[in-house]
Unconditional design. Structure first.
Length: 166
């Protein structure tokens, strides 16, 4: 049995700054879009995860900006996917399109690339467990320029001032 999202975050010692926007009808169904990104200063270094979920009308459902402690950028990218998807499940979402600018995470989760790092293998397994709880999910790679809001949330959590234009 998977731990509840807040218990998962607490067990990892994560500090959470979350802006939660419930839908007017209180329900979450249909195709939602999750943008997720991770950030690490000095790679490895202070890292953060950012995730934003939008409903089928394009309205913001939630925005996560979570400090992860020290880690690599790949670690932060996986954590952003895991934490964003887990929060979407907590909100009752069962149909989700996930968009990330991490080619490594997208291709590993979609089974196109091998995983060499033991730490990333663990995160990969956790990500697939969480994703398997959706009725339907799709993970796609997008250009960095299309992931600016999630990038900003991740950089805020890691302590980075951000990229120009992001």
């Amino acid at each position: 049995m998977t731990a509840p999202p807040h218990a998962l975050k607490a067990s990892l010692g994560l500090k959470t700054a979350s802006t939660l926007v419930p839908r007017a009808d209180g329900a979450a169904s249909g195709a939602f879009v999750l943008y997720a990104d991770g950030s690490s200063l000095n790679n490895p270094g202070p890292s953060g995860a950012g995730a934003l979920l939008f409903d089928r009308d394009g309205d913001l459902v939630f925005r996560l900006s979570i400090h992860l402690g020290n880690g690599t950028s790949n670690f932060a990218e996986y954590r952003a996917l895991i934490l964003g998807a887990d929060e979407a499940l907590e909100r009752g979402v069962d149909d989700i399109d996930i968009r990330m600018d991490s080619l490594l995470v997208v291709n590993q989760v979609n089974g196109l690339w091998k995983i060499k790092s033991p730490r990333l293998k663990e995160l990969h397994i956790l990500a697939l467990r969480i994703l398997s709880r959706f009725r339907r999910w799709k993970l796609s790679h997008i250009p960095r320029e299309q992931n600016g809001q999630a990038d900003k949330a991740a950089r805020e959590a890691s302590g980075s001032p951000g990229r120009p234009g992001a």
